[in-house]
Design a protein around this ligand. Structure first.
Ligand SMILES: [Zn+2]
Ligand SMILES: [Zn+2]
Length: 267
């Protein structure tokens, strides 16, 4: 049996056992977009604004949902993400910055940003110095951190069980989303291309065009963020969009989120 016929038979077997293998193609695309949008919202709200900069906090149920979602969609332990990002702020656009396009070049950060991230995330000194205050409970120690790759594996299996072979295509998009848009676009283009509202002591930029802000839940307003790092809100001018802040406000209105500090420290 050739490899092609083996894969064809495997695909047919997966579709025969899946729950919804025959939806219109556009519905798989829409579901994949909504899925990656939840992942992006979890990165900016939980990892970035709540854990790294401590500007907001969430009800434990919301926080645990985002922790779980990030485990199954990105395999990124909280401590590693927080440590690498705090290290970026502490050494922004210098040789100690883990992923500055000024140091490494724009194309290396956009397309190889994940390897730069992992290099810093596996540096014990970076984790020790910048990873303080992140979750250290049994779930983190026994599951999320040591079994990080189990999360995306669970997503692969559940996608196949629910959507059949389309679920496998959705999985590829879901797995590539954060490495490209966070490690590549924000870390790379966010310090290389766009406009500046504030004269910060770095090369941070706001990406022009509202679609960037929609796709990144407000993270595209990177110069605004470097200006006031612990603000829960990234938009500062009329016309700038920060969906991450809208979601935070919606959760705040129903008592599931709160602002942690009123004072604003500038970069
Ligand atoms: Zn930055
Ligand atoms: Zn930040």
């Amino acid at each position: 049996m050739s490899l092609l016929s083996l894969l064809t038979n495997l695909g047919a077997w997966i579709n025969a056992h899946a729950l919804w293998p025959d939806l219109p193609v556009w519905s798989y695309a829409l579901l994949a977009f909504l899925d990656t949008h939840i992942t992006t919202a979890s990165v900016t709200l939980y990892l970035h604004r709540a854990q790294t900069h401590r500007s907001i906090s969430f009800h434990p149920l919301v926080e645990h949902f985002m922790r779980f979602w990030l485990w199954v969609r990105t395999a990124m332990p909280t401590k590693e993400w927080v440590a690498v990002h705090r290290c970026h702020h502490a050494h922004v656009d210098t040789p100690e910055d883990p992923h500055s396009p000024i140091v490494y070049g724009i194309w290396r950060v956009v397309f190889m940003g994940t390897s730069l991230y992992h290099h810093a995330a596996h540096n014990a000194a970076v984790l020790e110095q910048y990873g303080k205050g992140t979750p250290d409970d049994a779930l983190e120690r026994r599951v999320y951190a040591p079994l990080s790759l189990l999360g995306p594996t669970l997503t692969l299996v559940t996608n196949a069980l629910v959507f059949g072979t389309w679920g496998l295509a959705m999985w590829l998009v879901e797995m590539a989303w954060i490495p490209f848009f966070a490690a590549g676009v924000i870390n790379g283009l966010g310090h290389w291309w766009g406009y500046r509202n504030f004269d910060t002591p770095d090369h941070s930029k706001n990406l022009p065009g509202r679609y960037w802000s929609i796709l990144t839940c407000g993270e595209a307003l990177h110069n605004n963020h470097h200006h006031v790092q612990n603000s829960p809100r990234f938009a500062t001018r009329s016309g700038e969009l920060d969906p991450g802040y809208w979601y935070f406000r919606a959760l705040q209105m129903v008592g599931l989120a709160s602002e942690r500090q009123e004072g604003r420290a500038t970069a």
